[in-house]
Write a protein that binds this ligand. Structure first.
Ligand code: UD1
Ligand code: MG
Length: 450
């Protein structure tokens, strides 16, 4: 049997934030989501999250997860005190307890598997993850002999100058034999610099304590302040970019781009500098993105080109070309081979295939049929001051430059709208619609004489 407990009750004082530390985001997911994700594949029999500081907020953020038991630690008197809260919910449980610090978000699933494997094969009381760091400051130091036996963990602030030279650090990830841990937990004392109960003190009380050293120390980076948060973000971004490069995506300047874990790319996508992919974005094969784009929850078909533009919560059909300087806002759906040019904004609108909106337009709450050509400066006036209304333009229609279509309004198919028109009434298919002052020309007019 396996139980997993994630420690997430601490305030995270060093973050200097209103947000509990475990809810800080990293590449689009919170720290605690990441930690829970790193052990999901182990299919634990029980999953417990220890909450305390802003417990309701932490619980609410994870409400969608099934099978997670929340255990309240009040007040937060240290990591040992946190694990003492499990004595009741895990009464009678027999098996191993994997304890994960909620602020160590980059663990690889394989590493946890290896930890569990070593722990079980050696029948240890506790097996903990360690790393050798060039700069171990801040971390607890692990006192271990050459055979891997651990005699104690001493927190940085409690270390003697000599102990501080020890580069072997405690990652905050432990596999315990639960029965043995439960027997020593009540004996923890707060005789240390912080006056807290330390989970790390149980190690010296257990019969056999061993450790597993990770090869890649970046994996066990703990996040206590914003500098470490930024360092972890950099590690994650590097991992994501390498993953997608291995899958056939080219990045012209990789380090200038950021990706979310939920973003997906087809083959032969080229990403130019300064592009950012957030949420669940999907980029079809052969797309060329950038430079200078932000795509969030965007779904792009194959062969789309986007240049210096923003696309959010929208679908873009194959072969479309967007930008430079266009904005596709939520609820928009572009058919195949549409063109959006400079300073064009599209919102909650559906464009059938081959629609062109090339310059300086606002298309909001509109439905445009296939092949519609929207002239420069055309605006759908969708808002009457209280409500939004729709504009419908039939296939093959063309609007002249600087047209205003006052919604609700419907234009049939193959309609032509004269330049500078302000239309407030529907137009039947095949018609020419003009809604502007007639031009006045006064010949041989000298103008006011002085
Ligand atoms: C801890 C370890 C240290 C290790 C480091 C690795 C202890 C005493 N020290 O130190 O040896 O090198 O992690 O990153 O365990 N928490 C609670 N309740 C509390 C206190 C903390 O749930 O009362 C949670 C925090 O939310 C956090 C985790 O425990 O997720 C670790 O707490 P933190 O204060 O960050 O410990 P460190 O000083 O980093
Ligand atoms: Mg920490």
């Amino acid at each position: 049997m396996l139980a997993v407990a994630v420690l997430a009750a601490g305030k995270g004082t060093r973050m200097k934030s209103e947000l509990p530390k475990v809810l800080q985001p990293l590449a689009g997911a919170t720290l605690v989501e990441r930690v829970l994700g790193s052990c999901r594949h182990l299919a634990p029999d029980r999953q417990l999250l220890i909450v305390g500081h802003q417990a309701e907020r932490v619980e609410a953020s994870l409400a969608a997860l099934e099978g997670l038991e929340f255990v309240l630690q009040q007040p937060q008197n240290g990591t040992g005190h946190a694990v003492q809260q499990l004595l009741e919910p895990l009464q009678g449980f027999s098996g191993d307890l994997l304890v994960l610090n909620g602020d160590v978000p980059l663990l690889r699933p394989e590493t946890l598997e290896a930890l569990l494997e070593q722990h079980r094969s050696r029948g240890a009381g506790v097996t903990l993850l360690t790393a050798r760091l060039d700069d171990p400051s801040g971390y607890g130091r692990v006192m271990a002999d050459a055979s891997g036996r651990v005699s104690a963990i001493v927190e940085h602030r409690d270390c003697s100058p000599e102990q501080r030279l020890n580069p072997l650090i405690n990652a905050g990830i432990y596999c315990f034999n639960w029965a043995q841990l439960a027997a020593v937990l009540p004996r923890l004392s707060s005789d240390n610099d912080q006056g807290e109960l330390y989970l790390t003190d149980t190690v010296a009380m257990l019969e056999s304590a061993t450790h597993l050293e990770v090869a890649d120390a970046a994996e066990i980076n703990g996040i206590n302040d914003r500098i470490q948060l930024a360092q972890c973000e950099a590690v994650l971004q590097e991992r994501l970019r390498r993953h997608w490069m291995a899958e056939g995506v080219s990045f012209v300047d990789p380090s200038s781009c950021t990706l979310s874990e939920g973003s997906r790319f087809g083959r032969d996508v080229v990403v130019e500098p300064q592009c950012h992919f957030r949420g669940h974005t999907e980029v079809g094969s052969g797309c060329r993105i950038g430079p200078g784009c932000l795509l969030e929850n965007a779904r792009l078909g194959a062969g789309v080109e986007v240049l210096y533009s923003v696309v959010r919560d929208a679908v873009v059909g194959a072969g479309c070309s967007i930008g430079p300087y266009a904005q596709v806002r939520p609820g928009s759906n572009l058919g195949e081979r549409c063109h959006l040019g400079n300073f064009v904004e599209v919102k909650s609108s559906s464009l059938a295939s081959h629609v062109k909106v090339n310059h300086l337009s606002y298309i909001g709450d509109a439905d445009l049929g296939a092949g519609v050509n929207v002239g420069a400066g055309t605006i759908t006036a969708n808002y009457d001051g209280v409500r939004k209304h729709r504009t419908v333009i039939g296939a093959g229609s063309k609007t002249g430059a600087n047209s205003v279509l006052v919604a609700p309004i419907q234009l049939g198919e193959n309609v032509t709208v004269g330049a500078g028109s302000t239309l407030t009434r529907n137009v039947p298919s095949g018609a020419l619609a003009l809604g502007r002052a007639r031009q006045l020309v006064k010949e041989n007019w000298a103008g006011p004489q002085g």
